[in-house]
Design a protein around this ligand. Structure first.
Ligand SMILES: Nc1ncnc2c1ncn2[C@@H]1O[C@H](COP(=O)(O)OP(=O)(O)O)[C@@H](O)[C@H]1O
Ligand SMILES: [Mg+2]
Length: 407
């Protein structure tokens, strides 16, 4: 092995602040959203109940960071006001139902998992546990969409006091979701009677991202190492794609590594370009390679439609493309309902994005699907999967001209 690969380079000063789990100490780009949250919480200081709210927006929009930041402030101020407050931050990403989520909360505070008991019993236990903790509790359910269609916990907690499941403790819920269909899937009347609204986190624009990166650069990198144009390029790439701060920060971090690989003492545009490719490829590889054959075939159909400029596409369109593809390589073809399930699965992991919209003549709401990952990187990764290489060649040859636009 070449010794130089072990070089640490003179680029970073404190790269930990580029990690996912770092909570920024200011979030000026989300001032309005934070203020909205504060309005819901400050009632507690006047003896009122905290509002139940949802935060919604695509991934990387600062929802988790904003919630953490505001709740920290809330706790600090509560102790200044001498008000008994506890905030509970609960990630839901590993919990596929309300029941599991409630079990997890109970286990978290008692050390005993009530799994196996009837749901009402688990909820009662949860209330007993919460009631012991503080007079005012705010629970953040982050990535609440993971609980799927079983929303009981979101309906039950806000009613707990009216139902006498809880006597004194006031509980507020902040639900965070990346998936716009989740809130649409809740019962609208119940939602509007129990929740005071949704705070929307719109995608960051390039100049927001630049400011976010600038602040991070000052903390993470040695002075003067990152060229200004390199920051702008990271921001521009992320803005063009999803407007995600996470993505912008990932590019920046990787660009630092690329600079070290090139033995450079500065981070340049060229390094950012290489970093962008590395990060996209890695993200796509992570989400795609472990999937089933039928997931892959469904994804190939979406890619194929994307290459032809035919997205977002209805389930029926994706199915028709899927059928063409499976026929052409002679593999077992599933029924449309099953392909829809695979589309949902791909949506869950963020490879594609499904949106419910009112459908034309037939009425009712229909799903529209589109690719959510970088198309060039997606094609590359799919081509590297053995059993798909023939199929991808077919798709790529058909879309060769379009493909060249992306590479
Ligand atoms: N306005 C901001 N200022 C500083 N950092 C931010 C800002 N918005 C997002 N981030 C950072 O970007 C990353 C993604 O943000 P996060 O809150 O996890 O997004 P979401 O929960 O919406 O997916 C985190 O590392 C977070 O610290
Ligand atoms: Mg989050």
């Amino acid at each position: 092995m070449d010794e130089s690969i072990w070089e640490t380079g003179e680029i970073f000063k404190n790269e930990e602040v580029l990690n996912e789990h770092y909570t920024p100490d200011e979030i000026p780009e989300r001032e309005e959203e934070s203020a909205e949250l504060v309005r819901g919480l400050r009632r507690v200081f006047r003896g009122g109940e905290p509002k139940n709210m949802f935060l919604q927006g695509k991934t990387g929009q600062g929802k988790t960071a904003t919630a953490r930041y505001v709740l920290d402030e809330f706790e600090k101020r509560a102790s200044q006001h001498d008000i008994d407050v506890e905030t509970i931050f609960q990630s839901c990403s590993n919990h596929s139902s309300s029941y599991h989520l409630a079990c997890n909360l109970v286990e978290r505070f008692t050390g005993t998992d009530p799994n196996g008991h009837p749901q009402q019993k688990v909820f009662d236990k949860m209330y007993a546990v919460l009631e012991e903790r503080a007079e005012n509790i705010v629970i953040v359910f982050d990535e609440i969409d993971s609980i799927g269609e079983k929303h009981d916990i979101l309906y039950d907690i806000p009613r707990a006091r009216d139902n006498n499941d809880i006597e004194d403790t006031k509980i507020g819920i902040i639900g965070i979701t990346n998936d716009s269909t989740f809130l649409q899937s809740m019962d609208p009347r119940t939602k509007s009677s129990l929740y005071d609204g949704t705070i929307q986190f719109d995608a960051y624009e390039a100049d927001d991202l630049q400011n976010i990166l600038q602040r991070r650069v000052e903390k993470a990198f040695l002075d003067g190492v990152v060229e200004n144009s390199a920051i702008q390029l990271c921001a521009a790439y992320a803005a063009q794609d999803k407007g995600s701060a996470r993505q912008a920060i990932d590019y920046l971090y990787e660009a630092g590594d690329v600079a070290i690989d090139h033995n450079s003492s500065t981070v340049t545009d060229e390094h950012v370009r290489e970093a962008e490719e590395r990060v996209n490829k890695r993200n796509v590889t992570q989400s795609i390679t472990g999937l089933t054959v039928q997931d892959h075939l469904t994804l190939c159909a979406v890619v194929s439609l994307a290459l032809d400029g035919n997205e977002p596409a209805r389930t029926r369109q994706v199915y028709s493309e899927y059928s063409n593809l499976t026929r052409s390589i002679d593999v077992n073809s599933l029924a449309m309902d099953r392909v829809r399930d695979h589309l949902q699965d791909l949506d869950m992991i963020g490879v594609i994005d499904g949106e419910l919209r009112s459908g034309g003549s037939e009425g009712g709401k229909k799903y529209y699907w589109q690719l959510n990952t970088d198309i060039g990187a997606t094609i590359e990764v799919l081509q590297e999967i053995d059993r798909l290489s023939d199929l991808m060649e077919l798709i790529a040859s058909r879309g060769n001209e379009q493909l060249s636009r992306y590479s």
